[in-house]
Design a protein around this ligand. Structure first.
Ligand code: KMH
Ligand code: ZN
Length: 302
């Protein structure tokens, strides 16, 4: 088995500041959490930006530039910028910063889907920020739009023209077939780095059988040309990541996907989740990949 790549998704666009005082929002906080996560063992840092005042998801390049130089100065971890942004943003807005920043890696969401937030938001008890409740109510009607045309556009703009490699976010089995379609069209470079996403309402559920099935179908569609990683929303994060580690996969943790470190206990930092999964995967006999080893395994531009 290859060494295991830990990705840390530091803040995302779903959780809101009133859900946890530890969610990084300002440039300084996102940078500090990212460097600490890398020191704890994360080789890839998956990043969204936020408006530093409101905590809302931001697509402004200046909000990314408030943390990217600091992260680059503090670690050689691979920078992975989201092209998913927020499901509320149109594609042009989601791509505004990635076009300017030209990251080594970016996410690419492999299908249009419902994106209801209940699994992630289940523990909200108050509504301190008045933008949150309408946002969550709207999640009953939220469509995360990633049509084949959108996907082809991101592959061309970020991949062919800017040299980025992708974290292919697959929220269901159908997304694997969509990825295979783009392989067949010759628009995707190998090796593929596929992120299986479990537990978003609208995508596949966080059941162990589903991970086995996603892996089995990926083996059939991509043979030896892919690496898989697992992220699961909320309380499923560590159990499914642990299962991925036993199956030869890679893992993703971070406050984007789960605010907790244990039942009823908020994580104090992203690094705390990285340290937890690192302890588990090393106890399982897997070695953690460095950023250099990750670049080699995934053929990144460096
Ligand atoms: N928020 C996750 C469920 C992206 O940034 O492109 C998936 C994600 C999407 O990370
Ligand atoms: Zn993300």
């Amino acid at each position: 088995m290859s060494k295991i790549i830990i990705t840390c998704a530091v803040t995302g666009s779903i959780h809101t500041p009133s859900m946890s005082d530890h969610l990084p929002v300002t440039g300084e906080e996102i940078a500090r959490h990212s460097v600490e996560a890398a020191e704890a063992g994360a080789a890839i840092i998956h990043l969204h930006a936020r408006d530093p005042e409101s905590g809302r998801p931001s697509s402004r390049a200046e909000d990314f530039m408030a943390f990217l130089p600091v992260i680059n100065a503090g670690t050689d971890a691979v920078i992975n910028i989201s092209t998913g942004g927020s499901a509320l943003m149109p594609l042009e807005e989601r791509l505004a910063a990635p076009f300017i920043v030209e990251p080594e890696m970016c996410s690419l969401n492999m299908g249009t889907m419902n994106f209801a937030l209940y699994p992630l938001a289940e523990r909200i008890t108050d509504w301190k920020h008045n933008w949150e409740k309408p946002f969550l109510d709207n999640s009953d009607d939220l469509v995360f739009k990633n049509t084949p045309r959108d996907i082809a556009y991101v592959l061309d703009q970020m991949g062919r023209q800017r040299g980025a490699r992708f974290e292919f976010e697959c929220y269901d089995v159908g997304h694997l077939y969509m990825l295979r379609h783009f392989v067949d069209r010759g628009l995707v470079q190998k090796p593929l780095f596929i992120q299986f996403v479990f537990g978003v309402l609208g995508g596949i559920g966080a059941d162990p059988e589903n991970l086995v099935h996603m892996k089995r179908i990926s083996d059939k569609l991509f043979g030896a040309d892919y690496e898989f990683s697992v992220l699961a929303a909320g309380r499923h994060q560590i159990p499914l990541a642990t299962m991925a580690a036993t199956m030869g996969g890679h893992v993703r943790v971070g406050l984007e996907d789960n605010l907790y470190i244990g039942k009823g206990k908020l994580a104090q930092s992203n690094a705390e989740q990285v340290a937890k999964i690192r302890t588990i995967v090393e106890a399982l006999g897997r070695e953690v990949a460095s950023p250099a080893e990750t670049r080699e395994l995934l053929s990144l531009k460096g």
